[in-house]
Design a protein around this ligand. Structure first.
Ligand code: P1T
Length: 387
């Protein structure tokens, strides 16, 4: 069962899509085809498209089909990391092309766009995509790609994917949505009009903080051909064991996302009432500026990412991070275990200070990746760390 058009439910596709029992042995789990190359019967005559694992590998192909099915895509391509998946899209561009980038993105994404591809003559305009007028004004004659995250990292703004896609298409640009914070269980950008979905599979897709990976999912055969050529030519492909681990992880994606969302909602409400917390940003809270849009765009839940401003500035934020016992201070997100980090010092340190200030990435900003532990224990941990 691998077709994107499959009428089966999300959980069934998560467990089965792309993964029929192995025809040679009946093995239920897709084997780890840990082979760099494949025997040919005669020069140029080989099985399916398996001539060399950078080009194609059966374990990777199963994962690509699985992820495509979950995103409602015809095609999937896997990469060695989230940023290498992003770079593959930017390799579609040539010198002088222009990208409209949402202003609040992962620090490494900002760095890749500006300091790697910027150096190659790709022009980038950062814009707040929740501001319709500013978004429209950001387009140039040479705009080829619109790139966004929603919810954004780390301030969790919600961007209207359907509206942005309509506007971008009218101006001849394609839209790529980084769906890492939601996973396909919570949000379906392709169904809303986006052309490409990007994932850091390191996060919710992997779910266990043991793999670095990335993926691109799309419906357009031409885009797929061009991106597959880049995948083959640049060669930032994932290791085969990592593909196996990801296949195992996506089988529980729907169950994990339900629990992340339940825990996230409960913790966000509780934090909002906490005397030592200035403000909580969580798309599921009525106080979130784009809450109504979030309800439409994320129909299955609001996920496990919470951002908060603590009272007492940097000293208080640091002491909170140092005191946690169940949460762990670490970069990354989306694993079953809860993590806490300080974006200004950690994940977004590479964003220039003036941009950080404009975005509200201040000294008192703390980001939580809420795991799937017992929520009462998480609450007690945050309570003692904030006191
Ligand atoms: O780390 P990597 O797999 O290369 O993924 C990069 C990436 C892409 N997109 C989003 C939305 C991300 O959050 C990330 C990585 N983010 C972190 C490591 C972090 O702690 O925010």
């Amino acid at each position: 069962m691998s077709e994107a058009s499959s009428s089966k439910g999300f959980g069934t596709r998560a467990i089965h899509a792309g993964q029929a029992p192995d025809p040679s042995t009946g093995a239920i789990m897709t084997p780890i085809f840990q082979s760099a190359t494949f025997a040919q019967e005669s020069p140029g005559v080989f099985k399916e498209d398996y001539d060399y694992s950078r080009a194609s590998n059966p374990t990777r192909k199963a994962l690509e089909k699985n992820l495509a099915s979950l995103e409602g895509a015809e095609f999937g391509l896997c990469f060695a990391s989230g940023v290498s998946a992003e770079a593959a899209v930017l390799h579609l561009l040539k010198t002088g092309d222009h990208v409209v980038l949402c202003d609040d993105v992962y620090g490494g994404t900002n760095r890749l766009f500006h300091r790697v591809f910027g150096q190659l003559g790709i022009e980038v305009t950062l814009v707040d995509m929740t501001d319709q007028d500013a978004f429209e004004a950001a387009f140039c004659e040479n705009t080829k790609v619109v790139w966004l995250e929603t919810p954004t990292n780390p301030t969790l703004k919600i961007i209207d994917i359907a509206k942005v896609s309509e506007e971008a298409h009218a101006k001849g640009a394609i839209v790529c949505v980084d769906n890492t914070f939601c996973s396909p269980y919570l949000q379906s950008p392709l169904a809303l009009g986006a052309d490409i979905v990007c994932h850091s599979t390191t996060k919710y897709m992997g779910g266990h903080s043991d793999v670095i990976g990335g993926a691109l999912l799309m419906n357009d055969p031409d885009l797929h051909e061009r991106l597959k050529f880049i995948q083959l030519s640049v060669g930032a492909v994932p290791g085969i064991l990592d593909c196996f681990l990801l296949l195992r992880s996506t089988k529980t994606l729907h169950v994990r996302m339900q629990r992340h969302s339940e825990n996230g909602m409960q913790l966000a409400r509780w934090l909002e009432a906490h005397p030592n917390v200035e403000r909580v940003l969580y798309p599921g809270l009525e106080s979130h500026p784009q809450h109504a849009l979030a309800r439409e765009q994320m129909p299955n839940g609001f996920g496990g990412m919470i951002t908060l401003y603590v009272k007492g500035g940097l000293a208080k934020a640091k002491s909170m991070l140092e005191k946690v016992q169940i949460f762990t201070i670490a970069e990354s997100l989306g694993g079953v275990e809860s993590l806490i980090e300080h974006p200004g010092i950690m994940t977004h340190a590479s964003v220039p200070p003036d941009q950080r200030e404009k975005l509200g990435i201040s000294d008192s900003l703390v980001r939580l990746s809420v795991g799937i532990e017992d929520v009462e224990d998480l609450m007690a941990d945050l309570d003692q760390s904030l006191s």
